[in-house]
Design a protein around this ligand. Structure first.
Ligand code: ADP
Ligand code: MG
Length: 342
């Protein structure tokens, strides 16, 4: 008879890493989300070789108490939820308490942090046997996570990585996707010692427009209209491009629910329908939209990557997105210039 035994934590973390840590870009996503959850207004990323050799992220968020550092690296440990009620109304980007231990289990990870309450920072190096202890270290208020030698201990995974250039492109795209939804935070992305992307905190609408144009290009900037739509207890803001700016691929479609970037069939279908009379069937609209809704109306705990959601009332959401965009488009397209009032 086979015997059943409990797996060691390190191995459990590595198994979880299979889902959360697919490649450097997924690490970048988790770490930037952590910084944002910590209230950072400035995030600096230093990547080497597409993140495969190194991903270092520094933030000026609230920091982690020295005594809490070992917990930050242990599985299912989070400061963000405590109960089922909290889980049902998650307002943070993270909540599963598994990103740091997963990342740490497939790399060489150091966490250094300081809170505003003390003058001394502390650091901890992850150790597979959980023997790591924090030690004093100089650090400004905020946190630095330094991830080195990704997948050094999972050669099978490492083999699936593309070239550093391709991996970097994915990381850059994640950073930009997150930056679009976080106008109050400044971002700097360095690769192999060179600054590749940088944006200041965007204080007003004009600065937000500028950030979006910087990220999505002048073409989008010129074709985009700012929207602010409301109805059915939902609000949606952002930018939608004129139908004339339609694209051959669905590569400029950014949809966020409560600041979280999501991929969702209900939403893409609703937007497609809204544009259906205005663009050719094979063409795709371009948009950046932020839907705000009561967090209890959406389940974000669908997949470890947290990019899928389930709407409690998906018909309501579908209807609102479709109708509000359709009406907006009807009001700006040529019918209007012919005197057709909406
Ligand atoms: P989760 O984000 O789901 O809580 P993580 O494994 O990503 O889980 O992080 C574990 C905990 O470590 C977080 O709940 C938070 O308390 C702390 N933490 C992680 N990154 C940061 C950061 N950049 N600043 C402050 N605290 C952090
Ligand atoms: Mg997290």
């Amino acid at each position: 008879m086979p015997t059943i035994h409990q797996l060691p934590d390190h191995l459990i973390n590595q198994i979880a890493a299979g889902e959360v840590v697919e490649r450097p870009a997924s690490i970048v996503k988790e770490l930037v989300e952590n910084a944002l959850d910590a209230g950072a207004t400035r995030i600096v990323l230093d990547l080497e070789q597409g993140g495969l050799d190194r991903i270092r992220i520094r933030d000026n968020g609230c920091g982690i108490d020295a005594d809490d550092l070992p917990r930050a690296l242990s599985r299912h440990a989070t400061s963000k939820i405590l109960s089922m009620d909290d889980l049902q109304s998650v307002a943070t980007l993270g909540f599963r308490g598994e990103a740091l231990p997963s990342i740490a289990s497939v790399s060489r990870l150091t966490l250094t942090s300081r809170t505003a309450e003390t003058d001394h920072g502390a650091r901890i190096d992850y150790k597979p046997d959980a023997s790591a202890e924090q030690e004093p270290a100089a650090h400004p208020v905020g946190t630095t996570v330094d991830v080195n030698s990704l997948f050094y201990n999972v050669p099978a995974r490492r083999k699936f990585m593309r070239t550093p250039k391709t991996e970097f492109t994915r990381c850059e795209s994640i950073v930009k996707t997150l930056a679009m939804a976080q106008p109050d935070c400044a971002f700097t992305l360095n690769h192999n010692g060179k600054t590749v992307f940088e944006c200041k905190a965007a204080a007003d609408m004009e600065a937000r427009n500028t950030r979006i144009t910087r990220i999505l290009g002048k073409g989008f900037g010129e074709a985009a209209r700012a929207v602010s739509l409301e109805g059915a207890g939902l609000t949606m803001s952002g930018w939608i491009a004129d139908p004339s700016f339609s694209r051959s691929q669905a590569d400029m479609q950014y949809f966020y629910v409560n600041q979280r970037m999501v991929r969702d069939k209900v939403i893409s279908h609703a937007v497609k329908q809204a544009y259906s009379d205005l663009i050719y069937h094979q063409r795709h609209p371009a948009f950046v939209l932020f839907l705000q809704m009561d967090p209890t109306m959406v389940d974000v705990n669908v997949h470890p990557g947290k990019q899928e959601v389930r709407f409690r009332e998906s018909q309501l959401v579908h209807g609102f997105v479709r109708r509000s965009i359709k009406d907006f488009l009807a009001a700006i397209t040529p019918a209007d210039s012919l005197g057709d009032s909406h």
